[in-house]
Design a protein around this ligand. Sequence first.
Ligand SMILES: Cc1ncc(COP(=O)(O)O)c(C=O)c1O
Length: 390
Amino acid sequence: MTHLPPLSPDLTQALLAAAAQPHHATSVPIFQTSSFLFDRYEEMAAAFDGSSDRFIYTRGNNPTVAELERLIAGLEGTEAARGFASGMAAIAAAVMPFVQSGDRVVAVENLYSDAFRLFEVVLKKFGVTTTYVDGSDSAAVIAALPGAKLLYLESPTSWTFTLQDLPVIARAARAEGVISVIDNSWATPLYQRPAEAGIDLVIHAASKYLAGHSDTIAGLVAGPKHLIARINHEAYHYLGGKMSPFDAWLVLRGMRSLHLRMARHMENGLALGRALSDHPEVTALRHPAFHPHPGRAGLSGFGALFAFDLAETIDIPRFANALRLTKIGVSWGGPESLIIPAKAALDLAGSANSFRRFGVSGRSIRFAAGLEETGALVADVLAAIDEARL
Ligand SMILES: Cc1ncc(COP(=O)(O)O)c(C=O)c1O
């Protein structure tokens, strides 16, 4: 069941290549500038007409951000990539250019809650409707495709952590002329390369594993040149959610240890999964490593964000408060283990409450396994369950 993490000479080489900048700096310098100068009129004209690749203005392009874009495109095996101010800015920019009033999107159930709100609050207002399907059921996804414009995937999904069979679904989407988009933040390009399976656009919330230190918010979209050009012309410049040079630098710095961190995250997630899978007071474990699915064939390793349900015999607030090493907090992908008890978010205000819509159980705990010592982390969780018994 356990996949070995791939060795990453490619990653190391790519990062060193990225650092090949003026003065041969070992790490990529931060070009903290809003704009770039031209000595002559002709140079500016060439930058504007596209006959030179000179930088003009940082909302459009910046050397530090461009190095990260190049690195992600290389790792995902795509022609191009674009950096954004957040994962959500990347999601919005990957979706907006490809839909207009009257169009329909197909999305997987249990997608990330703010992506759900983008569809239900923003796109709905502009006349774009969304059909939600069980992504683990390829036949159900394929049946929903005819007439749709865009397919939105997350493999695995949020909270339920179910996989999709990417090659099968991507082939069907191509045949129907539907643009396929996936959020690949959970697996990272080290463990899953959706473009190789035929998915058109690959999104990263770089705030998570890529940056990896809980110290920045950033996003990326990778894909073929013609689709990234559509994003440039119809979203990127005008929505303005551009990744800053400093944030790009933090992501680049984080990525230098991505392969090492992912190996430890995975180990911790699997150890917790093993400890919880036969625990008498855990009624469900939602972790892709513990459930067979054809989507597993596309994964060479596992992210460490998963969920489990606690039996009625466990008091959930008491469980959360009994954790010592593990902290209570949103987000994931950093060094610290974090939980969100679904119970705390079930009554989230507003109509676009994905917890209610997709039936997330109030007994569910989302667990982001960090980089702590494995035995201590498992002991922390088991002890908290013991302390929370009614
Ligand atoms: C699966 C997933 N995708 C996207 C995002 C959005 O990323 P950001 O917070 O950088 O906008 C998140 C954030 O929690 C997430 O969990």
